[in-house]
Design a protein around this ligand. Structure first.
Ligand code: HEC
Length: 152
């Protein structure tokens, strides 16, 4: 093979194979969709906790049940290497996640524990729901402060 055509083939292979894979990784949109569903439930409970929405025991319990089950979704395929905000666009996942995976997993575990606590009290009156809601909000915030980039 002539040297020039060899170089051409290499160049073609590189442009097609490498960068597009990382940017199109469906896991990014999928994990963002998961967080949108968190907010779908968390937002209703937060509205009740702050008095913007009338407390309704059945609705609160349903939202807390949803949040409990959503936080049980296995995370192992949602955070592939190379899907951090320094490597690809369209994500706010800070590269520090992959440097501190144990801590990231522990912070997700704190959310799971808090969501379980909320599930146990959400239908038991506004004050009980509020008490269970606080730790959930704190667990969201703790992880965002450490591992989510500011919105651009
Ligand atoms: C263990 C870490 C962690 C926990 C706990 C966590 N988040 Fe996040 N969240 C992230 C990261 C990282 C992103 C950025 C994901 C991306 O852009 O790829 C994110 C993104 C989001 C987004 C933006 C989604 C989008 O449309 O792009 C929302 C909304 C959100 N989180 C809400 C919540 C709520 C509500 C909770 C608690 C009930 C929560 N998160 C708990 C780490 C976490």
């Amino acid at each position: 093979m002539k040297f020039r055509s060899f170089v051409c083939i290499i160049a073609l292979g590189t442009t097609i194979a490498l960068p597009t894979f990382a940017q199109d990784n469906p896991a990014i949109g999928q994990r963002q969709g998961q967080f949108k569903l968190f907010v779908h439930n968390f937002g209703l409970l937060g509205g009740m906790a702050q008095g913007r929405i009338d407390y309704d025991a059945d609705m609160a319990q349903l939202a807390a049940d949803n949040l409990f089950y959503l936080t049980r979704h296995d995370q192992s395929r949602l955070w592939p290497e190379g899907t951090d905000s320094a490597s690809v666009s369209g994500t706010r996942a800070n590269p520090a996640i992959w440097e501190n995976l144990d801590d990231f997993v522990a912070k997700f575990g704190a959310l799971q524990t808090a969501a379980e606590g909320l599930q146990q009290v959400a239908g038991g009156g506004l004050d009980a729901m509020r008490a269970g809601f606080g730790p959930v909000g704190q667990s969201c915030q703790a992880c965002h402060e450490a591992y989510r980039d500011e919105a651009s």
